[in-house]
Design a protein around this ligand. Structure first.
Ligand code: NAG
Ligand code: NAG
Ligand code: NAG
Ligand code: NAG
Ligand code: NAG
Length: 496
């Protein structure tokens, strides 16, 4: 995942627009299959319905427990730290029944595929503090796996009433008839899979700030959540059924994942060295606090926490503007998004349990700092198979250690970070890893810490030796990945 960020949201939610609104829906119209529009819902008819803002956009979701909401993955992946409101009817008025909370965590379905068909478009949001259930706010019924959807279902939301029209202030609802499988695929070019349901018409029209995406489609008198508004081309067009995530298919996934792990009350480990590996749920990194650090010093702390949320907080700092303390997220064994920690007392978040903290002191001596991190929420799925912090001035590595072949599905990381700052050169003397034309199977990748970033300088495979690489700042990373077939005898390198 990524550093919590609302950038590039627009692409996920962009939808086209064009048809006439219909003010009223009747059974007759349903039978004609020509539903657009909808009518205003009764106040608090959908007590589980929530809405939340993502930058300039809006999504919807359904409460499943006091502290959990289910929505579409395409909404959930951006929802972190957004405010979420339940008990609402008119978006433009304060009615006194609203409850507003923060999204403190999210879990995207691991098989979610964004793109044309948004497969497995479902996500859970963890809300803090929990909603209080009352006559305006209640959970929705989650269907069992064998739930048979009713022939007509109801979709509710604040999305606009017609393609291109303005969004609604009052909550709207519309009854929609189910569409059979054959028609589904003929309308949506064969991209429909069993985890999707289609219903005739649907008023998800995204314009300006409001959308029904992520919102509920309910079946039967007890308002069972049979679908989650997922996608369509256009909206409410008679010949283009709306596509919904089939919730019954995910009931087990929903139930088994509503168990977050909370942060430790205080750090359980402490490290005071320049760099190193910290494998803990929480820790404090305290380096030369109250004393001085030499010019050009670089230290890399490697964090492998068991849960996928990391909250960092700088609690004290004598660093100057010429120094930098950077937080780099690791994802799929690659350095990813990066943030510079500057403000004392502010929280910095990563949605990964695997991260690097890199201290880069400028060309004048500096003073130390102290920070803390806490991991929480869901188990982190990253599997680092080998980690070697290499802090000596010179050295060499032969991988795998002890000879023989490396294993399948390896994710190894070598961090070159000499304690005494000096330019280093890395030289490979042996290479034998599975070859691919773009090293798509097994690969050795070299990253240089340059301009306050980890910059990829080479990715190699086969038997040709990687180029001689100079780490100007002394700091660099070497990663090794192998896939699930074919192995080799590995590689040797030295740094001098
Ligand atoms: C909807 O249409 C039906 C039948 O045409 C009519 O009886 C009903 O009053 C209409 N409802 C609204 C809210 O306009
Ligand atoms: C979360 O939101 C609050 C206020 O809405 C803001 O002050 C804070 O910086 C946000 N945190 C993150 C990590 O985005
Ligand atoms: C809700 O209604 C459906 C049938 O429409 C039924 O199968 C289900 O058991 C009901 N659930 C609850 C919690 O009442
Ligand atoms: C971290 O510790 C856990 C349990 O103590 C262990 O299973 C895991 O392999 C360790 N991870 C790393 C990267 O050392
Ligand atoms: C590799 O490092 C070891 C000590 O760690 C040293 O004994 C050995 O000579 C080195 N080999 C090479 C080829 O530099």
């Amino acid at each position: 995942m990524r550093i919590a960020s609302l950038l590039s949201l627009a692409y996920t939610l962009a939808v086209v627009a064009d048809a006439a609104p219909k003010p009223n829906t009747t059974r007759n119209e349903l039978n004609n299959g020509r539903i657009v529009g909808g009518i205003e819902a009764d106040r608090h008819e959908f007590k589980f319905l929530v809405h939340f803002r993502l930058g300039d956009n809006c999504c919807a979701g359904s409460i499943i427990r006091e502290d959990w909401v289910v929505t579409a993955a395409q909404c959930g992946q951006w929802a972190y730290n957004s405010t979420i409101t339940a008990g609402d009817h008119n978006l433009d008025e304060v009615e006194g029944t609203e409850q507003t909370r923060q999204v403190a965590g999210f879990l995207i379905h691991p098989d979610f595929e964004s793109g044309l068909a948004n497969q497995n478009d479902i996500a859970l949001l963890y809300v803090s503090p929990p909603f209080e259930f009352n006559e305006y706010v209640q959970p929705v019924v989650i269907p069992d796996i064998n739930f048979a959807p009713t022939a007509v279902a109801t979709v509710a939301g604040w999305g606009s009433l017609s393609e291109g029209g303005p969004s609604a202030s009052n909550l709207m609802k519309v009854d929609v008839p189910m569409v059979d499988e054959e028609e589904c695929n003929s309308n949506h070019a064969g991209v429909i899979v069993p985890s999707m349901l289609l219903w005739r018409g649907w008023k998800r029209c995204m314009r300006r700030s409001s959308s029904d995406t992520g919102g509920p489609l309910v079946c039967g008198d007890n308002q069972t959540l049979c679908g989650i508004v997922s996608w369509n081309r256009g909206c409410g067009r008679p010949n283009l059924p709306g596509v919904y995530t089939k919730v019954s298919q995910f009931s087990q996934w929903i139930r088994s994942n509503m168990i977050p792990v909370y942060e430790d009350p205080s750090p359980v480990e402490s490290i005071t060295t320049c760099g190193g590996h910290i494998n803990a749920t929480s820790a404090e990194i305290s380096f030369q606090l109250g004393s001085s650090i030499r010019a050009d010093q670089r230290c890399v702390w490697i964090i492998t926490a068991p849960y996928s949320y990391l909250r960092f907080r700088l609690t004290s700092s004598g660093l100057s503007e010429n120094d930098g303390l950077f937080l780099t997220q690791f994802f799929l064994n690659r350095p990813g998004d990066q943030e510079r920690m500057t403000s004392i007392g502010e929280d910095y978040f990563l949605t990964s349990g695997f991260a690097l903290v890199t201290l880069n002191v400028g060309n004048a001596p500096s003073r130390g700092f102290r920070l803390e991190f806490y991991s929480s929420m869901f188990p982190d799925s990253q599997d680092l198979t080998s980690l070697q912090p290499l802090n000596t001035n010179i050295g060499n590595i032969s991988y795998p250690v002890g000879g023989g072949n490396y294993r399948l599905n390896e994710n190894a990381l070598f961090v070159i970070n000499p304690i005494v700052p000096a330019q280093r050169t890395v030289m490979f003397t042996r290479m034998d890893v599975e070859y691919g034309s773009v090293c798509q199977y097994d690969a050795v990748t070299i990253y240089n810490w340059f301009n306050n970033q980890y910059v990829q300088v080479a990715k190699v495979c086969g038997t040709s030796l990687p180029p001689l690489t100079t780490f100007e700042s002394g700091v660099g990373l070497i990663t090794f990945q192998s896939d699930s077939s074919v192995v080799g005898t590995g590689f040797d390198f030295e740094w001098v």
